[in-house]
Design a protein around this ligand. Structure first.
Ligand SMILES: *[C@@H]1O[C@H](CO)[C@@H](O)[C@H](O)[C@H]1NC(C)=O
Ligand SMILES: *[C@@H]1O[C@H](CO)[C@@H](O)[C@H](O)[C@H]1NC(C)=O
Ligand SMILES: *[C@@H]1O[C@H](CO)[C@@H](O)[C@H](O)[C@H]1NC(C)=O
Ligand SMILES: CC(=O)N[C@H]1CO[C@H](CO)[C@@H](O)[C@@H]1O
Length: 449
């Protein structure tokens, strides 16, 4: 009996091995399942290449690997991504972004009013749900999942162009703190786009997978995701080869935009010191904002950035004139100047010192909630564009006394991980596993604002 079992066992092994070897020598099968990161500000799609075991994040025709999560309605068409983003200035009422902040979320009318006050597009209350009011030739309402579906449709098309055949199955990521309803509505968005969702995984888990942490001996992984407007920190635990989210904390009002705002304020003061007046027209403020973003990006690589912005300033104040004068538009007899200013990395760090330190609040919270000492964290994974800022990496490195994991592009870590999970679901993984995450329904996120 034992002998028969052994023979059976070894023939199964032989079969598996034959299958595995055949996989190596046959022309590589095409990816059957795509991985989608439907982010708040950007979204991307990737596939796991069964042949090489590599993930390909799919680029658009110009080589861009993410598209802005923006949808713009015009008289004749619905624009998506970069095209939609360009309409933001000229068609602000019908250009919807940040839809992920609304998807599947229940609001009271007051909560919705607060949440929507910072947007130019119109958000309506419908029975506890948010809807967007669109007014082109005709007026109509669209749901957040409809906005999601237009983005997903575009990503699906990019994937189909890339693999050269229709695609109908996907794995999608969501923030770890999405509840069941938010997950369901995200799945609904995908269904509207003709995508069958095989699995929904948490963004931090996906990021850990992008670093291959599912394949190595680690127990405690801390993921710091710092984007344009929010910070999310998650503590993951590996149990039996699968990730479990142990604790979550964050700050939904901390991110790249806040760092820009500090530098912008500083530059406004410099303009005032030099020209005795503040920039007031929209175009000048817009150009200053662009220069600030460029300077911030440059300062991740260099110690100096040069701001150079032509401004048309209102005439300097006469002595005795009220200090707070908010003249709008381009004043008569405006003063054409070129504002130049050198900004050092030290200055940028000094302006944002307290904000950078605040990143540690949710980090300490998840450790305390997970009953873990900082030195028991095996790997620290950084996600989100703002984690490129050298000082932020340093704050984290000093706190943990070790290097964070930064070798994967922080903007693509999530989509890469989702594509790996898609590869597993598509059966192209050498090992027969179906999931790398243990769902956790009863976890709450602590917010520091
Ligand atoms: C809106 O009007 C334009 C022409 O002004 C027309 O081409 C387009 O089909 C109309 N769209 C709808 C949705 O009626
Ligand atoms: C989510 O969807 C599942 C499956 O369709 C359903 O059983 C569940 O009740 C839904 N939950 C919520 C909160 O909508
Ligand atoms: C950033 O760097 C680029 C390329 O080196 C340069 O063209 C640009 O002027 C720089 N911008 C700022 C604000 O430093
Ligand atoms: C600092 C660093 O790069 N740490 C780890 C990142 O993740 C890989 C696992 O894929 C480790 O091997 C590195 O040591």
């Amino acid at each position: 009996m034992a002998g028969a079992m052994a023979v059976l066992g070894s023939s199964i092994l032989a079969l598996l091995l034959a299958g595995y070897l055949a996989q190596q020598y046959l022309p590589p099968p095409k990816p059957k399942v795509i991985g989608v990161d439907l982010g708040t500000t950007y979204c991307s799609v990737g596939v796991f290449q069964p042949g090489t075991g590599k993930v390909e994040v799919i680029a658009d025709q110009v080589g861009r690997k993410s598209l802005p999560s923006v949808v713009s309605f015009t008289d004749g068409a619905i624009l998506v991504g970069y095209d939609a983003q360009e309409m933001g200035d000229t068609n602000p009422l019908n250009t919807v972004y940040d839809a992920k902040r609304f998807i599947g979320k229940s609001f009271t009318p007051e909560e919705l009013r607060d949440e929507s006050s910072r947007y130019q597009f119109k958000v309506l209350y419908n029975n506890g749900n948010a809807e967007f009011s669109i007014s082109v030739n005709e007026s109509f309402h669209v749901t957040p999942e409809y906005i999601g579906s237009r983005l997903l449709l575009e990503l699906k098309k990019m994937a189909e162009d890339y693999v050269g055949m229709p695609v109908s199955k996907a794995v999608i990521s969501v923030p770890a703190d999405f509840d069941e309803r938010q997950r369901n509505h995200t799945v609904k968005a995908a269904q509207l786009a003709g995508l069958d969702i095989l699995r929904v995984i948490n963004e931090p888990t996906a990021a850990a997978m992008a670093y291959g942490l599912h394949k190595v001996d680690v127990f405690n992984v801390l993921v710091v995701d710092l984007g344009g407007g929010t910070l999310d920190v998650s503590l993951l635990n590996k149990q039996g080869g699968m990730f479990l989210t142990r604790a979550m904390a964050g700050n939904n009002q901390l991110g790249g935009q806040d760092f820009n705002q500090r530098l912008l304020k500083y530059l406004f003061n410099r303009v005032y010191q030099r020209f005795g007046t503040l920039p007031s027209n929209k175009r000048d403020v817009h150009h200053l904002r662009q220069a600030v973003e460029a300077a911030k990006l440059n300062l991740t690589l260099t110690d100096l950035a040069l701001i150079r912005v032509p401004l048309s300033l209102p005439d300097p104040r006469q002595p005795g004139e009220a200090a707070r004068d908010s003249r709008g538009g381009e004043a008569e007899g405006s003063n054409q100047v070129v504002f130049e200013e050198t900004v050092t990395r030290d200055l940028f760090e000094e302006l944002n010192r307290d904000l950078f330190e605040k990143i540690l609040d949710p980090v300490k919270e998840v450790l305390s909630h997970g009953h873990l000492d900082r030195y028991e964290v095996d790997e620290i994974v950084l996600v989100g564009g703002s984690t490129r800022i050298p000082r932020i990496r340093q704050v984290i490195r000093e706190f943990f006394g070790k290097e964070p994991n930064t070798s994967v592009d922080p903007d693509l870590a999530v989509v890469i991980g989702v594509a790996i999970q898609a590869g597993i679901m598509g059966g192209s993984w050498p090992l027969q596993v179906s999931a790398l995450e243990i769902p956790n329904r009863h976890l709450r996120k602590t917010n520091f604002n």
